[in-house]
Write a protein that binds this ligand. Structure first.
Ligand SMILES: [Zn+2]
Length: 217
């Protein structure tokens, strides 16, 4: 399995991908005692981290700069599977993955400052030769409300109190999935969801630009 995962990642780079992100949505779910997913009660987070590190260890520090990990509590059909699991149960461990960057759901959290603090405390300047960049989620794809650039800027400026700016970035909480027939109950039609997604991405770019200006980077 490790061989095949390595092959997948190398083929993405060979095909021209600048970055390859590994979906780790099972990370937070692993801490949930969910009767519908019996494996979740087996305390397997560390096993997942060890297994993913076996894949990451196949790559040099230079390559791992562009190999990242995405975490979220689920995002299909405007719904979640593990948002009720305390985030620290994941964030206290996730950065042991020797990845170069992390795409971290955060916009939909009630206590976002706590997430910034946990990322600042746990992300590493040196993960086997690579500095870990935290891309914090500033956009919630589960909601049709479009975030303002001002709001996004303020979130990033707050995050910068906890995370060094050279290791801080902005992302969306998860994929948008408003392709053609994905059900987005809170959005109405996929066409509407697609338009909303574009507005949200534009707001993120503008908010990140404003934050860079304010932070002088
Ligand atoms: Zn996701």
């Amino acid at each position: 399995m490790v061989d095949e995962c390595e092959k997948d990642i190398r083929r993405c780079f060979d095909a021209g991908a600048e970055r390859v992100s590994i979906d780790f949505t099972e990370g937070r779910l692993a801490n949930k005692n969910d009767s519908r997913n019996p494996w979740t009660g087996r305390d397997m987070l560390q096993d997942f981290i060890d297994l993913n590190n076996r894949v990451l260890d196949r790559f040099s520090a230079d390559e791992r700069r562009n190999i990242g990990v995405h975490t979220c509590p689920g995002g299909d059909m405007d719904s979640v599977h593990s948002k009720e699991v305390p985030y620290e149960k994941l964030l206290n461990h996730m950065f042991k993955l020797n990845a170069g960057y992390f795409l971290i759901q955060c916009a939909s959290e009630d206590d976002r400052e706590k997430v910034y603090r946990l990322c600042g405390e746990n992300s590493r300047e040196d993960a086997n030769g690579v500095a870990q960049v935290c891309f914090l989620g500033v956009i919630n794809p589960l909601s049709p409300d479009v975030e303002t650039p001002e709001h996004i800027k303020n979130e990033l400026v707050t995050a910068a109190e906890y995370i060094p700016v050279e290791r801080l970035g902005a992302t969306d909480d998860c994929g948008f999935s408003p392709f053609s027939r994905d059900e987005k109950p809170r959005h109405g039609s996929p066409d509407f969801a697609r338009d909303v997604a574009m507005q949200k991405i534009s707001a993120r770019l503008e908010g990140a630009r404003m934050a860079s200006e304010e932070l002088g980077v």
